[in-house]
Design a protein around this ligand. Structure first.
Ligand SMILES: [Fe+2]
Length: 379
């Protein structure tokens, strides 16, 4: 994911940087690519471009009196799940709509860029409105990430990035577990930078002592689970997960294919052998949970993960990033702006490890926790 930092530049600068980056991600697509939805869980690139622009209208409607949306038809198609703005179009049918057209969506994208650019240049904005625009910028960064995982499904090795850098190559790392003391931990956000409402309020959680791996689980580790019959034995799986394994004939993570006895994948780096040193990705919650059971481990809770990622025990405080409060760079984390177009090998970012010594807690790959997604409780 790309990051935006308030210290780096003005709200206007961050806005324009984000809009430019969104356009650069689709710069090399053919017009036909913009319309197609290849799975119910992905969205056509046209929809992402329109949706992030529509959300700017939502923000403007909350800060400009009697704001009128550009088009009722656009609002219906581009609404994701905000019922206050009407009935959203079915997510799994976004690829069936030929209207608005690709050209109309681009026109709309530029129109909204110019409109917001004008507001940020000219208007004296109150703090609440600035926060709303900052939220919209972060929302667009999230959709850049979603767009990229959709492009993996749509195009994989046929996608041509505008900028492409090389991966790090790191000597193989020994997996190790880090012990973390329990006790009361204040989970959530309490700083004065931007955060989403779901990160509030900061609240006490009691943790037992626990251990957490220093690195994400690698393909090599996961292959041992497969080779040991992990997908063939119900005892590792939650009941729903085992149904999926049976009904959908799961044998390996998504995008893995066994050719001539070797596990292969096809991604932005091309058709290639599975690299044992990369973190395993494209695994469902069920697979992550089953792997842990097989390995004699368990997924961390969200609070355990957060403490391992950002608690500085020496100074008794949380930091914004695993390594401290300084913003990310290419030596600390593999984010979108690295333009590697892949997970990097484990151990590639020693400068980015957390205070407890956990590597790659941001960037590279999303990590599963065992916690359900629910609102924090106000103490
Ligand atoms: Fe969204």
């Amino acid at each position: 994911m790309a990051t935006v930092s308030r210290q780096k530049s003005s709200l206007l600068g961050q806005f324009n940087e984000t809009r430019t980056r969104t356009l650069s991600l689709v710069q090399t697509l053919e017009k036909d690519d913009f319309v197609v939805q290849t799975a119910p869980f992905m969205s056509p690139p046209k929809w992402h471009l329109g949706h992030v622009s529509w959300l700017l209208e939502v923000v403007m409607s909350k800060s400009i009196k009697d704001y009128e949306f550009y088009s009722q038809e656009f609002s219906e198609y581009l609404n994701s799940y905000y019922h206050q703005f009407g009935e959203p179009h079915d997510k799994d049918k976004r690829g069936l709509a030929t209207r608005p057209t690709v050209d109309q969506v681009f026109e709309y994208f530029h129109m909204m860029t110019n409109k917001v650019d004008g507001i940020l240049q000219n208007e004296k904005l109150d703090e609440k409105t600035k926060q709303l625009f900052f939220m919209a910028i972060n929302h667009e960064c999230q959709h850049q990430e979603l767009l990229i995982y959709d492009l993996q499904h749509l195009l994989a090795d046929r996608y041509r990035p505008v900028i492409k850098n090389s991966m790090h190559r790191t000597p193989e790392q020994e997996s190790q577990a880090i012990k973390i003391n329990g006790g009361l931990y204040k989970m959530g956000y309490s700083g004065d930078e931007f955060c989403y409402d779901i990160e509030l309020p900061e609240h006490n959680v009691y943790l037992n002592d626990y251990k957490i791996d220093a690195y994400p689980i690698t393909n090599k580790q996961y292959m041992k689970f497969i080779d040991d019959g992990g997908y063939d034995d119900f005892k590792y799986w939650l009941s729903d997960g085992w149904d999926k394994v049976q009904n959908e004939k799961w044998k390996a993570p998504m995008y893995w294919e066994k050719i001539d006895g070797k596990w292969m994948t096809c991604d932005f780096l091309g058709k290639r052998k599975i690299n044992p040193s990369e973190p395993v990705c494209h695994v469902s919650y069920y697979e992550a949970d089953a792997y842990c059971k097989w390995a004699g481990k368990r997924l961390p809770t969200e609070a355990e993960w957060e403490k391992a990622a950002c608690w500085d025990d020496k100074n008794q405080r949380k930091t914004i990033f695993p390594w401290g409060d300084n913003p990310p760079d290419n030596t600390r984390a593999n984010l979108l702006e690295s333009y590697i177009w892949n997970c990097d090998e484990i151990g590639s970012y020693p400068n980015g490890k957390s205070h407890y010594g956990c590597h790659q807690m941001i960037g590279d790959v999303w990590e599963w926790t065992s916690s359900e997604f629910s609102g924090y409780i106000d103490p």
